[in-house]
Design a protein around this ligand. Sequence first.
Ligand SMILES: NC(=O)c1ccc[n+]([C@@H]2O[C@H](COP(=O)([O-])OP(=O)(O)OC[C@H]3O[C@@H](n4cnc5c(N)ncnc54)[C@H](OP(=O)(O)O)[C@@H]3O)[C@@H](O)[C@H]2O)c1
Length: 340
Amino acid sequence: MNTLRRTTIPPLPLEMNVVEIAAPGGPEQLRPGKRPVPKRGEGEVLIRVAAAGVNRPDVMQRQGRYPPPPGASDLPGLEVAGEIVEIGAEISGLALGDKVTALLPGGGYAEYAVASAVLCLPVPDGLSMVEAAGIPETYFTVWTNLFERGGCKAGDTVLIHGGTSGIGTTAIQLAHAWGARVYATAGSTEKVKACERLGAVRGINYKTEDFVEVIKQETGGKGVNIVLDMVAGSYAERNIDSTALEGRIVVISLLGGSRAEINIGKILMKRLTLTGSTLRSRTVEQKAAVAAGVLQNVWPILRAGRARPVIHATFPLAQASEAHSLMESSNHIGKIVLTV
Ligand SMILES: NC(=O)c1ccc[n+]([C@@H]2O[C@H](COP(=O)([O-])OP(=O)(O)OC[C@H]3O[C@@H](n4cnc5c(N)ncnc54)[C@H](OP(=O)(O)O)[C@@H]3O)[C@@H](O)[C@H]2O)c1
């Protein structure tokens, strides 16, 4: 009976350790602090955090360039893995003590975090909590952009920029698992090799090679069906030149700048689709639809071991500033995760 269901694991502390942004600026602005354990609202669960993923958007938030959406925690952290320690009787499909990985609008750099129940997914068998913490932000983003918007399917050719980023390592593995032929750009020989180990047929060192020329050679002059782009700026026109007839270009970030001059005529002549999206700004309902798609389509791939989060390094929560310094050095391959 619902009324007898336990909804809290006692005892919960009143206060918790967190990492907060003291002021907009460098990694040193990430400071350990204390906050009250957050209160869950209707449709939400409280998670005791075991690990929290670090993402480039956290870096932008710390720099003051990516404010949290209204109502979200001001603490950074868009994804965690942990145990449900408080749940409402109104929530079905989850239970106290469940090990979950959750997409958050913020608040992950903490010992406890509140998550919408519909954005919690079970930790896939065989994955550690550290690996699970590295899933939501990148897997949701790749699913909704490369597959839902980009329409990636078996037999497609795909160009993924930033191949060794958290997003890139996920996109390469999922597109490869789908049966697509994957090309990926990265900034060093070591990173190019990593892309190829993850499933790219050809990694492209964008510092020594022209990706437009490589794609032309590799595809017999046709171009790829889909480009997943996090650079924009000077890549905008070159992406168009790399894309085949009826191709799709999906922009997910602006690491190279938000402005570009492009020849729109090429979009018409090639019948291209130029699109893009962000995840964080979507409503809970919209994110829940992405979560359902990920659970149905991507979880079987994770369970079968055909894709796995690539963990570059872990840091204790209190050393979040070192994690950010590493991310900003761009020396990492895959995910950086905080352990709690
Ligand atoms: N749209 C969305 O909903 C959404 C969601 C999550 C993340 N994102 C975005 O996706 C991007 C990747 O996120 P992430 O957490 O996976 O990042 P990440 O692991 O820090 O990787 C970013 C990588 O991009 C490469 N890169 C290429 N051009 C760059 C440039 N001009 N400046 C800096 N880095 C450049 C770097 O590797 P090289 O050595 O190869 O240059 C760098 O390691 C970020 O821009 C993030 O904001 C978008």
